[in-house]
Design a protein around this ligand. Structure first.
Ligand code: ATR
Length: 282
């Protein structure tokens, strides 16, 4: 790597950030396209987010990704926010465009491209059972609502949180069929699964060290598919069980890849070298 005075700086703001795959993914893309740019990880404590955000302009940082726990709070320090980031209430990508900070949420597009490439699905008219009511779930819900899924069940351990999320989205999508389901409501869960074309896990359950959710996958129809946002381990027990039942299923590495590709394209205006990026994160 040949870093010069002209080298553009990109990075990620998060805490913790040491295990992020974004630096290798973006640096390999810069290298593949011979761009004079570098991507570094900034471990930013929540109390320091504002000063870090304010430093982007004077330091001339060209763009940053935003990850846990800053995706929501970062929205307060930007000059303009894209429609999908506004709907989601979170940004994961910031571009410094001539001294203006523009915020985007590429998790939304990343999810859409992941289900298209991995499962051949388009959200239009799709019936979806969505596990979780946190930040990741909000991005998936935005993607589904903005692309006219026909029915969405938001299923969560804390029922109140699912209900709040649903009523918030219903304000923007009045005629949509979005329903909250408690994970404790066995019949409600079975019913939602039996109707759904796609089950999405947007909770952290199933991640390394966290038990998976006990979901009656048998209630899904034989044509249904499963997408798990978790990518560590590469094949979660949810994905394994779905495959054992003969269902098409895919894990979250593709969403990580495509959200990164979209950020790269926003920053550079170049088509992201997804094959190169995929290889390094795999
Ligand atoms: P993220 O930004 O990754 O979505 P989050 O906003 O903290 O993180 O949301 C985590 C989601 O995973 C929540 O929906 C949470 O359920 P609760 O609202 O009941 O807390 C869900 N979750 C995490 N661990 C879980 C588990 N072991 N079983 C079921 N749901 C879980």
């Amino acid at each position: 790597m040949n870093i010069k005075a002209s080298t553009k700086i990109y990075g990620i703001f998060g805490h913790p950030v040491g295990h992020s795959l974004s630096p290798v993914m973006h640096n390999s893309a810069f290298k593949a396209l011979h761009l004079d740019s570098v991507y570094v990880a900034f471990d930013i404590q929540p109390r320091d987010l504002e000063s870090a955000a304010r430093a982007i302009k004077p330091l001339g940082i060209a763009g940053v990704n935003i990850t846990i726990p800053h995706k929501e709070s970062m929205t307060f320090f930007l000059d303009k926010i894209s429609p999908e980031a506004t709907l989601t209430g979170a940004v994961n990508t910031v571009k410094n465009e001539n001294g203006k900070l523009l915020g985007y949420n590429t998790d939304v597009g990343g999810f859409l491209r992941a289900i298209k490439e991995d499962l051949g699905l388009h959200p239009n008219g799709l019936k979806v059972a969505l596990l979780g009511a946190g930040g990741a779930s909000r991005a998936v819900l935005s993607a589904l609502c903005m692309n006219e899924s026909s029915r969405i069940y938001v299923m969560n351990r804390t029922y109140d949180k699912a209900k709040r999320l649903v009523s918030e989205f219903k304000k923007s999508f009045k005629d949509f069929s979005i329903e909250a389901v408690s994970l404790e409501d066995k019949t409600g869960v079975e019913n939602a699964l039996s109707i759904s074309d796609l089950l999405v896990n947007a909770t952290s359950a199933g991640m390394e060290g966290i038990d998976p959710i006990e979901i009656p996958l048998e209630s899904l129809s034989k044509e249904s598919m499963v997408y798990d946002l978790v990518y560590k381990p590469r094949e979660t027990s949810l994905i394994q069980r779905a495959k054992e039942l003969g269902l098409k299923a895919s894990g979250g590495l593709s969403m990580l890849l495509y959200q990164g590709a979209e950020s790269f394209e926003i920053w550079t205006g170049e088509i992201a070298p997804v094959e190169v990026m995929k290889k390094v994160i795999e």
